[in-house]
Design a protein around this ligand. Structure first.
Ligand code: ADP
Ligand code: MG
Length: 445
């Protein structure tokens, strides 16, 4: 290899080669759809050796350390002296698991040997292409920041990322606050069969619905989700609901079906998910009212089997519901037996353009529903929520203190809203867990 790529002191590759290699490897890994990993190692307290025993002794340690690393890596791996006492191991065709194995082996072996006469330890950061970045800079940046994380946590370790993700308890195992809201709903359910829960995205509407379910101790929750992308697909929240039921207990659905008049069965089949139930050969056109009656009948029957006492039908994110679904909902609100309670959630800011807005007036006049608008948790409650989600983590010091996060959210305005929004985005996969865990890019820092 040309000398311009070699580190004078240790004979490993140098920084210039590092960039050359990563750029090429990115092209290769992209073409062959593979991963590669890099490990950044920084010796712990190397400065002490230089200070106490002089630079030439320091240099000997560096040489010896680099040959220790050289013997630790595979033949295909490449050792680079990144600068001073920092080294990088480049691992082609390697994912996070393989990379962590090597990093851990290095840490363990270092503890068992002496480098010249010294006990040398090091702190480790890493990055995997393309999971952690797709340019040399972002990859090295992440490795660097995780290495720094390792130092902060007490050195001689790997700066963690995955562990943080695992320790984040999302969704929060306990519901914080919402006592008044839940009780209010339970109380209202004695007079109303339908409650709408309104509020901003991420404020806790769905969570409240589940809390109500828990407090009612109902074993089943018929849940249909409306989606923005499907807002023109007729009956999609109900299709979604049937789909969930079928996935949960196909046998049960069949049993309920068999009890129903055939004419109802064939009506519902028209809106059932195609994959699981054979459709009738030549679908006749949908008879709206017969369909409404069929769905209503289906719900009555399923609630009789499961929990004759009380069942909840939750239609989530109603602001995205299509018009036929709104009409069906209208029918159910009027016709369903009173042991079935309907909960609907919607975002205030989105409801104006939804077909649902045509129904409010009539429903209000007929007193068919009641509703509540959720407000954000208060400061103490949001702190409790942070603790519930991150408690385990803050104990290990590997995560910025909740207070710091709290402060960030406070500065950013509606703190509770932003927090819940981020949490639900992680849940939905809009923000990836990598982003959430990567201390470098996580917005809380
Ligand atoms: N009171 C609460 N206690 C604990 N976690 C909550 C609470 N409210 C919301 N969350 C959590 O915050 C996230 C967003 O709440 P979610 O109910 O999905 O919001 P929305 O339905 O209003 O968009 C979820 O992870 C949820 O579990
Ligand atoms: Mg929701």
């Amino acid at each position: 290899m040309k000398e311009i790529y070699i580190d004078d002191l240790t004979g490993c590759y140098n920084r210039r080669f590092l960039y050359y290699w990563i750029e090429n490897e990115i092209k290769r890994a992209t073409r062959f759809v593979t991963k590669f990993a890099l490990i950044l190692l920084d010796m712990d307290d190397f400065r002490d050796i230089n200070n106490k025993f002089g630079h030439s002794e320091g240099d000997k340690v560096l040489i010896e350390f680099s040959s220790f690393l050289q013997t630790s890596i595979r033949e295909v791996d490449i050792l680079v002296r990144y600068g001073g006492d920092e080294f990088i191991i480049l691992m082609p065709n390697t994912d996070e698991k393989g990379m962590i194995e090597l990093a851990q082996r290095i840490l363990t072996n270092l503890k068992e040997i002496k480098i010249i006469n010294y006990q040398i330890l090091c702190s480790i950061g890493f990055a995997v292409f393309p999971d952690d970045g797709t340019t040399p800079e972002t990859l090295i940046d992440q490795a660097d920041s995780l290495m720094y994380q390792a130092k902060k946590e007490g050195k001689s370790r790997i700066g963690l990322k995955q562990e943080i993700v695992k320790k984040l308890q999302i969704p929060s195992p306990v519901t914080i606050g919402r006592d008044d809201e839940s009780n209010w709903c339970l109380d209202q359910l004695q007079n109303y069969n339908t409650i709408f829960i309104a509020g901003e995205a991420g404020i806790g509407k769905t969570r409240l619905a589940f809390e109500i379910k828990a407090r009612l101790k109902t074993p089943i929750l018929l849940k249909g989700n409306a989606y923005a992308a499907l807002s023109s697909v007729p009956y999609h929240p109900f299709k979604n609901m049937f789909n969930e039921l079928i996935n949960k207990d196909f046998g049960l659905i069949q049993r309920v079906f068999k009890q129903m008049p055939e004419i109802y069965q064939s009506e519902i089949k028209k809106i059932l998910p195609a994959e699981r139930v054979v459709r009738i050969a030549q679908p006749e056109s949908l008879d709206k009212y017969r369909l409404y009656n069929s769905v209503s009948e289906f719900m009555n029957r399923i609630s009789e089997i499961f929990s004759p006492d009380k069942t909840i039908l939750l239609i989530d994110d109603l602001h995205w519901a299509d018009r036929p679904s709104c009409e069906l909902l209208d029918f159910l609100m009027r016709s369903i037996t009173s042991n079935i309670k309907i909960l609907g959630t919607y975002r205030v800011e989105e409801i104006k353009n939804s077909p649902l807005s045509d129904f409010w007036g009539i429903w209000a006049r007929e007193k068919l529903y009641t509703q509540m608008t959720l407000s954000p948790l208060n400061k103490t409650q949001s702190d409790q929520l942070l603790e519930a989600i991150m408690g385990v983590v803050s104990a290990s010091n590997s995560w910025p203190k909740t207070a710091a996060i709290s402060k960030y959210l406070f500065i950013s305005g509606s703190r509770n809203f932003s927090f819940l929004f981020i949490v639900s985005s992680i849940e939905l996969g809009i923000i990836t867990s990598r982003l959430s865990a990567n201390t470098h890019s996580f917005p809380f820092q």
